[in-house]
Design a protein. Sequence first.
Length: 302
Amino acid sequence: MHVFVTGASGWIGSHTVDDLLAAGHTVTGLARSDASAAALEAKGVTVLRGDLDDLDAIRRGASEAEGVLHLANKHDWANPAATNASERAAVETIGEALVGTDRPFVLASGVAGLAQGRPSTESDPNPFVGPESMRGGSENRGFDFVDQGVRTIAARFSPTTHGTGDHGFIAAIVGAAQRTGVSGYIGEGTNSWAAVHVTDAARLVRLGLEQAPAGTKLHAVAETAIPTRAIAEAIGEGLGLPVTSVDTADAVSHFGFIGQFFGMEMSATSDATRELLDWEPTGPGLLEDIAAGAYFEVAARR
C-alpha cells in the first residue's frame, strides 16, 4: 500500500514509518523542514514538503495515496485554539480528498476525557464535538466521512507513548524534577495514566490501517493504569531526588504546562483492540523505561 503520513518525522510518526516500510508498504511523508526531509529521504520515503497549515499539500498527499495516517499536531500549549483549528482543518481536508474511495484514514486521537472514575474503553464515545472542543473535535469530524465512503479509524493514544528519545509529557515531568530539585506528583498521586511503548503503538497504527473496519476506535494502550505517584517515585529514584506532593493550585507553576494534565485521570483499557487486531504489546513498560534512564538525557536538554 502507498501510505501518506503527516507527522512522519515526529516521535510516533517516525517509528510508524519504520514499521510500515518493514511491512513492505511505500510511504510519502509530509515534511516542513530540511532536516525532516533529509531524515525521511534517508529511509527511502518520498517527501512532500509542507506543514499542517498547507492544506493544498495535505490534499495532494491524501489524494495520491492508497491510505492516510494523520499523526501530526502542532501541540502549541500557548495557543490551543490555533492547534485545534489546524487539526480540524487537516482532518476535513483529508476526509474530503478520500470521499468515495473506501481508502483507510487513521487519525490520531487520545484517551483523555473519555470516561470519569474508571478506565475508558473503545466503546466510549468521544465527547469532544465541534471546532472549539479539544483537538477541534477531530475524531468525531473524521467519523463524519464514514458515510461518504472513507474507512476512518481513530487511534486513541495513551497520554504517554514512551521510549528512549521521547520528548513528550514524561520528559516534561522529568524536566520539572530536574529544575525544582524534587520529583512531584499532584495531590495524593492516586490518579492513573495509561501507557504504551512507541514501537507497540507504531505496530498498532499499521495494523489498524491494514485491517480495521470503518468507524473503529483503537486504543494504543499497553498498561491500563499507572498511578502518577509511582511515576514520580520512579523519576525520583532515577535522579536521586526526594519525592513530594504538589498542591493542585500550584501544579502549573511547579510543572509548567504539563501541570494541566498530570493530575488528570487518564487510564484506559485495550481489550477490544487486542482482540480485533491480534495485537499484543511486547515493549518495556513505562516504569521500566524510566528506570533504564530513557528520559534523563532528553530532559536534560530541554
